[in-house]
Write a protein of this length. Structure first.
Length: 105
């Protein structure tokens, strides 16, 4: 997920955690029908969903098409498997660890 991960890493670097959070919760924000239309490259979805201005079509399209059903990835910090988390410099950080890091800032 090049565009998606690069965008997220950039926001992490900049400390734009609200944006990171939004990207993490994208799944919960979108209706399955919207996701399906994004996968089909139907850009009219953009007029129906409430999304921040910084979100690009490329980002959504890549996200929708790369959504995988894996049961979790191993966090580089706590070594637990978790589905929710972020990719940071090509490594996975689970949501819990990410929130701890965020509080350290
Ligand atoms: Zn962790």
């Amino acid at each position: 997920m090049a565009v998606f991960n690069e965008t997220m890493n950039e926001f992490i670097r900049k400390g734009a955690f609200e944006r990171v959070r939004w990207m993490q919760n994208l799944e919960k924000t979108m209706l399955p029908s919207h996701i399906k239309r994004i996968q089909q490259n139907d850009k009219t979805v953009m007029q129906e969903v409430v999304i921040p201005r910084w979100v690009t079509w490329d980002l959504l399209f890549e996200w929708a098409n790369k959504k995988n059903t894996s049961s979790g990835r191993r966090c580089i910090l706590c070594a637990n498997l978790d589905e929710n988390g972020i990719d940071f410099k090509e490594r996975f950080i689970c949501e819990n660890c990410f929130l701890k890091l965020k509080h350290l800032e």
